[in-house]
Each structure stands twice: as C-alpha cells, then as structure tokens.
Write a protein of this length. Sequence first.
Length: 134
Amino acid sequence: MKLTRQEEISLLIAAELASQEGKRLSLLDIGALHGISSAYLKKIIRMLKTASIVESKEGIGGGYILTKHPREITVLQILQAVGATKEMVPNTASRLCPLLPECLPQRIRQQIEQVFLTYCENVTLDQLVKKGNL
C-alpha cells in the first residue's frame, strides 16, 4: 500500500490543525512550515472542507480549523475525503498468480492490505498526532 501525495498532504494538514488545539491556521502558515505551495494546499483543503473535516473563516482571526475534536476523526475519514475508497488498496485481481490463485505472495499482499485498512479505520487523528509528537 502506497499513499498518494494528495493523501499524505491531507494527513499533514489535518495533523497540523489537530496539533494547534483549536487555533485557526492559514494555508500560508502550513505551506511555509512544510514547503508546500498554497495552490496545492487549497486543492486538498477544499476536499477536506467538502467532507466536513475542516471549516474556514475569512478575515482577521481567520483560517482553518477542524470541525470535530481530533479523537473523533479517523485516518480513514481523512483519506476518503481526498478520494481514497474503502478499498484503498490496489486491485489484487490484476496480480493473481497465473498458476495458483491462492499463491503465497497474493495471500501476503492481501493480509498487509487488510492490516493497513484496519489501522486507518481505528487510529484517530488525536492518536496520530500524539504518536508523531507534532
């Protein structure tokens, strides 16, 4: 399982907002901190906003903030907001062994993919930030 750049940045944005404990952040601040263009951040933040993970306020004291407490947002919800599906893993049917449908590499790949999906469903943003010490 490999995360796309968009999925990685969506987790980064959400983690930054979670680590600020209710303080609104601008995309310029996040971009400067991580060396990411504001245009790219805008594209991703729109998707997070559409999924009701973040909300924005314009003007003085404005910026972005999470809509819920970080313990109520899972990694999977963030990934799904930017286009990942519940089956976030590659289509294993296209990689079936030609000789044995249940070959060892196929079974290993499926087990790894299931562990990753379970992790994303069960780890909250709060837990992710605490583990990463942002």
